[in-house]
Design a protein around this ligand. Structure first.
Ligand SMILES: [Ca+2]
Ligand SMILES: [Ca+2]
Length: 104
């Protein structure tokens, strides 16, 4: 059976709600260095404008197979949780906080 999305979005328990703790799978060790966080930020920031928006978050979640179909609204909610300055985007400083939270 073909994947109708044509993307690698394979995850068995697709009922599971995505949350920040899932980001910890991005790291091999428990305390990522600043370099690793920067690299990870680069993965999320698809268009390289130094901000992560809900579309980018959704795409990365899907590409990583963290969740089969991530809901854009859910991504927006996640961004809101860490969006300290309220611009609807995650900048690097906010991303660092997100990482700290999910690894603690
Ligand atoms: Ca971006
Ligand atoms: Ca922000």
């Amino acid at each position: 059976m073909n994947n109708s999305l044509g993307m690698v979005c394979a995850l068995e328990d697709n009922n599971k709600s995505f949350d920040v703790e899932d980001f910890s799978v991005l790291f091999d060790d428990e305390e990522p260095s600043m370099e690793e966080i920067k690299e990870t930020f680069g993965v999320f920031d698809v268009n390289n404008d130094k901000f992560i928006d809900a579309f980018e978050l959704q795409r990365v979640i899907c590409n990583l197979g963290l969740k089969e179909e991530s809901d854009l609204e859910e991504c927006k909610r996640m961004i809101k949780t860490f969006d300290c300055n309220g611009d609807g985007l995650i900048d690097f400083q906010e991303f660092v906080k997100l990482m700290e939270k999910c690894l603690c």
